[in-house]
Every structure is written in C-alpha cells, then in structure tokens.
Design a protein around this ligand. Structure first.
Ligand code: ADP
Length: 621
C-alpha cells in the first residue's frame, strides 16, 4: 500500500513538474520580442482577406506625371506648378462647396507651388476664409499661432497636422506604414478633425485605438492600392471633369508623379518603394476613422494565455503521445493557430497575436523531444536486457528438454524390452499380465511424448531438413492406417477409406507420415466407442486434399485457432483421462507448412471434427 502511494506521488510530482515547466516556458517565450514577425503575419492576414469597402466622402486629386508635363516643372525637391494655376484650380473646386480641400505634403515640406512671391500671397489670401488647408506630414501644436509652419511667402497658409508614421524603431521595424495618429498631445490630426466634422455621430474613442508616447493611434484598415482612383490635377484644371462630384467632399490633393520617394510609403500589401502614394494613405486613414473600422488588437493577456496553453499541449503531446501522432497534433496545432488568427482578422477584423504561441510550439517541441528520447532509450535498454534474459532462459529450457528426452530414450527402451520378455512368461497371473500391459502402454505413451519433444527441439534448432521425394499419398496413408487399425478396433471404431487415385506428390515421407499419424491417432483418441472415421483423398485445383473426419467430441469454436499452438490442449481434455502433450497438431501444422501446404479444421462440439490437409502437387522449396 505504501509503495503504491509512493509511486502515485511520484507520478503526480512529475505531472506537476511538467505542467510547471510548460507554463514557465510559455511565460519565458512571451518575453521574447517578436513584433517584427508578428507584423509580417499581420501583413499576410491583411493581404489575403477581402478588401473593406471605401466611403464616398473622399476624392483624391493627383499631381501626376501628366499634370507636371502639361502644367509644371520638376524642381530639386519634386514638382511645382505655378500659383496662378493652383488659384484657378481652387476656384473651380470652390464653386461646388466641397467640405475641405487639403494639399497633403511630405516630410520635406515640399509644397507643390512655384514660389513667385506675389502670386503665392494672392493664392494664400484666397484660401484664408475658405476650407483650404495644407496637411503637413508632421506633428505640431496647431494652436500655437506664433509659430508659422512655413517660410515666406507660404507662411499665410492654414496648416493641419497630417502625420504619416513608418514602423522604424518600434512595431514591425521595417518602415512599413501601418498605423495612423488620431491626435498628438491632445490635438487632433487632420484625419480625426475631418472624420469628426463629416460624421456627427463620430465616436469619442475609435475602435482599436491605443496610446503611444503621447499620441492616440489606430492601425490603418487598408484598402488595397488603387481603391481610391485619383483624378488627374490637369483634368480638373482643363475642365475635363464634371465638377459636381466635389460637392461636400473632402478633397485630398497630393503629389503622385513618382519624382520623390518621400511621397510614397510601403504598405502591408507591398514593399515596393512606390507601393502607395501618401495621398492614398491619407484617404485610407480618413476612411478608417470615418467608418470606424480599424483592426482591433487582441488584449496582451490573451496571447499569454494562448502561449501557455499551447506550451502545455505540446509538452503533453511530446511526452505522452506516439511520435507519429504527436507530429500530426503539432502540425494541426500550427495550422489551427494560423487559420484561427486569419479567420479572426478576415471576419471580425481582430488582430490576434500568434507568433508567441507558434514559437511556443517549436521551442517546447525541440526542448522536450530530447527528454522524451532519454526516457525512450532507458525503456528500450530495459526491454533489451529483459529480452536477452528471456532468450537465454528459453534456450536453456530447450537444451535441457532435449538432453533429458535423449537420455530417457535408452532406459525407456530397456523397460519396454524387459516388459516384453516378462510378458512371454506363461506362469503369470492375469493381474500381473494386466499390470505389464499398463507398463507397456505407459512406456509407449512416454516414448511418443519424447519423440514429440525431440521433434520440437529439432524445429526450434532449425535442424529440420526436407528429404523430398515423389510419393503416392494414398500409399503413405494406407501404411499409417494399418499401424492404427488395432488401436481403432480396441474401441470398435471403424476406419472407412475413400481414396481417389492421385498423381505422385513431392513430400518428405517421414514428416508427412507423422502428420497423418497424429491426425488419425487424435481421431481415435477423441472419439467414443462404436463410431466411424472417414479418411478420404482427392485432387482439386492442383492440390491434393486429405480429409480425416471423426464423430468424436469435437472442438469448441473459440478453441479451434488455438489447437495448433505449442502445448495447447483443449480445457475439456486437460484434466480428463485422454493423455497427450499438446504438441501433435503444432508439429503437424509445422510440417505441412514446410511443404507449402496448410491444415484446415471444421468441428462442432459432440458432432465430430474434420481435419483437411492441403498439399500442393508441385512443391517449390
Ligand atoms: P494432444 O497430444 O493433446 O492430442 P494435439 O496437438 O494433437 O495434442 O491436439 C491439441 C488439442 O486439440 C488436443 O488436446 C484436443 O483438445 C484437440 N483435438 C485434437 N484433435 C482432436 C479431435 N480429432 N477431436 C477433438 N479434439 C481434438
């Protein structure tokens, strides 16, 4: 009892130890900074989901190659168009009362307007009382009126902060633009200002909003490149566009001439240097806020829990499940995690962190596999030793049996000889004769038993060599039947033979004789008096069939497959008066198999048994 408690305690100790190790691994893994990989998978998720719709509140106007070619000039920083043309352009737009016109400019403060002082000042004056702004890719304090955002002559333009972030030192660290600012130091950016103005029910706090160093941010819910088809600046100037479309819209104007890399960003969709114009990014940010559909990042604790659960699962699988099944579970776990995270993103726009759980799969697998190997090795070492010991014992046993059997043969022959001599004495009393008969019978039984043991020894020592010759099976059968005729008569059992003429078969006569002898002897042994035994032969489909059918005690269905195994005797006969070693059928079956044949058995309790020996006429050994 004490022992059981002790080993149970040990099992529980190891279980808890494993659980603790798994959780500790999970926690340790969670501390590894995997943002870069997390955002790589974030990009895949975004790329392969179906694109969200765009609102119809934004129109983008691109100062593209065509516009520059027809209207402007290339400068050191980028491309400029004269202030007069801009004035003309803005006047056209203003006829439709757009909600706002915003010139978005890049980090280098490259305003796409030629700096002829008077024209610029005239243009600035025109914009002063109209919703026309310059959106700077910068954060600043918009309420600080003392600090002009631009140098003369651009200092009069109204400016909004319209920053574009790039993941440089944090998040993905790959300069991809994924996030947008809603406000900085409490001052709203151009995007949230416009979103609030256009949407009276705009939320106080946006979906997926988070704080980051004094700013409020969201992840941009990107629409793929080209979702906002820009109108060419020159087409508006030349009047090729129906101006009505600008009514009440937020009009974003920006450079898309490909002349300056800082007018472009890389996105989750593409790492190409000109992947997306800032103009289009601004439209994406604005729509993310307008539709309040920014991706929602799952809370950090969920990733912790998931990582720990995965670690526990993998440790359990590695240590207890068969390696092949374990690998399947691990692959399924990986596929499950990936599919789940993709599904969460594509259907609920939820950004679930999965790189930590995925890493947990690999780390726990590689960390615990060696441990498992050590355990397995120890086990197979134990098995190996046990097996070696068993083989030695088995060998010892067979050797002993063989030696014994061999040594018993001579004294037994002497007993049989002496019995025979005494039997011829005429002065013996009937009881003495009966006693002598019993001695003779018993020593005969013992001789047979020893014969079987010696055959078994030869089989196990692989010493059986076939001496194949063409023989007439019927003739062999006749000889064996003759030998058992007397035994049958003593029980008044009639042996009927129906032997069809057969071609000669290639067999080892001695072995086949032993087979028939055993089957016929069994048929006599296990049949009551006054019954019949039918022995028949026939040739069928290139095989010779020898059938020995009796009307004896029969063999139980569940016992029928067992009777051919070594030392097996039916439970019904083990304690009965019929003696036997349980080796006869094992040897018979073995010998027939050596001839590429088989023995079939049909039997029913109390009705009798039929053993059919099938031998091929042509032997290939
Ligand atoms: P045994 O020396 O016990 O006869 P065998 O290997 O020849 O050993 O047979 C195995 C067992 O199969 C026997 O103990 C007996 O229970 C059963 N058996 C074999 N032949 C017959 C038969 N003709 N009728 C009924 N039972 C049989």
């Amino acid at each position: 009892m004490g022992n059981i408690n002790k080993s149970e305690k040990r099992i529980w100790f190891y279980r808890i130890l494993r659980l603790g190790l798994a959780i500790a691994s999970g926690i340790a893994i969670q501390f590894i900074d995997l943002d870069h990989f997390e955002y790589l998978t974030y990009d895949w998720r975004m790329r392969f989901r179906s694109a969200p719709p765009v609102s119809d509140q934004i129109i983008t106007i691109a100062i593209d190659k065509k516009s520059i070619k027809e209207l402007g000039t290339f400068t050191e920083l980028g491309t400029d168009i004269s202030a007069d043309i801009h004035l003309n352009f803005l006047k056209k737009l203003m006829t439709q009362n757009p909600h706002a016109v915003i010139y978005t400019i890049n980090r280098e403060n490259d305003i796409p307007i030629q700096a002829e002082r008077n024209s610029v000042l005239e243009l600035a004056d025109y914009t002063l009382d109209k919703p026309i702004f310059i959106g700077r890719d910068h954060v600043f304090n918009p309420s600080d009126s003392t600090q002009s955002q631009f140098e003369e002559p651009f200092h009069k333009f109204k400016t909004l902060q319209a920053p574009i972030t790039r993941d440089r030192e944090t998040f993905g660290r790959d300069t991809v633009t994924r996030r947008a600012l809603i406000s900085f130091d409490g001052f709203p950016t151009m995007h949230s200002k416009m979103a609030q103005e256009l949407n009276p029910q705009a939320p106080k706090s946006y979906r997926g909003q988070f704080d980051f160093y004094g700013s409020q941010q969201v992840h941009i819910n990107y629409r793929p490149q080209g979702a906002y088809k820009p109108i060419s600046f020159v087409d508006v100037v030349n009047g090729n566009i129906d101006l009505e479309i600008f009514k009440n819209k937020v009009i974003l104007v920006g450079d898309d001439s490909g002349s300056n890399l800082s007018d472009y960003v890389t996105t989750p969709y593409s790492r190409d240097l000109l992947a997306m114009s800032n103009l289009e990014v601004h439209a994406n940010i604005l729509d993310t806020l307008l539709m309040n559909d920014a991706p929602l990042k799952s809370p950090p604790w969920l990733s912790w829990v998931l990582t720990c659960l995965v670690s526990i699962l993998i440790v359990f699988v590695v240590l207890t499940v068969k390696p092949a099944n374990g690998l399947t579970v691990i692959i399924l776990t990986l596929i499950g995690l990936m599919s789940f995270s993709f599904l969460m993103f594509s259907t609920f726009n939820v950004f679930l962190e999965i790189t930590h759980p995925v890493l947990a799969v690999f780390i726990c697998y590689y960390f615990f596999i060696p441990y498992r190997l050590i355990l397995e090795n120890r086990k197979s070492w134990e098995y190996y030793h046990k097996n070696k010991l068993l083989t030695q014992v088995e060998e010892l046993k067979s050797n002993f049996m063989r030696m014994m059997s061999h040594d018993l043969k001579t004294p037994l022959a002497r007993i049989q000889g002496m019995t025979e001599i005494i039997r011829h004495d005429n002065t013996l009393k009937p009881e003495q004769i009966k006693a002598l008969d019993t001695i003779a019978e018993s020593s005969e039984e013992l001789t047979e038993f020893i014969g079987s043991i010696l055959s078994l020894g030869r089989i196990e020592g692989k010493e059986v060599k076939l001496n194949i010759q063409s023989k007439d099976i019927n003739a062999i059968l006749e000889k064996v039947v003759n030998k058992y005729e007397y035994q049958a008569q003593s029980k008044n059992i009639q042996i009927i033979k129906e032997l069809e003429p057969l071609f000669s078969v290639q067999v080892d006569e001695d072995l086949i004789k032993q087979v028939f002898a055993n089957l016929i002897e069994n048929a006599i042994k296990y049949s009551p008096e006054n019954t019949k035994i039918l022995i028949s032969t026939e040739e069928k489909n290139g095989k010779v069939l020898i059938q020995i059918a009796d009307q004896g005690i029969g063999i139980d269905k569940k016992d029928q497959s067992e009777v051919f195994t070594k030392f097996h005797r039916s439970p019904r006969v083990t304690n009965g008066p019929i003696k036997g070693s349980g080796l006869g059928l094992y040897l018979a079956n073995y010998f027939v198999n050596l001839h590429s044949g088989k023995i079939l058995l049909e039997s029913e309790l109390q009705m009798g048994s039929t053993f059919t020996v099938e031998l091929p006429t042509e032997l290939n050994v």
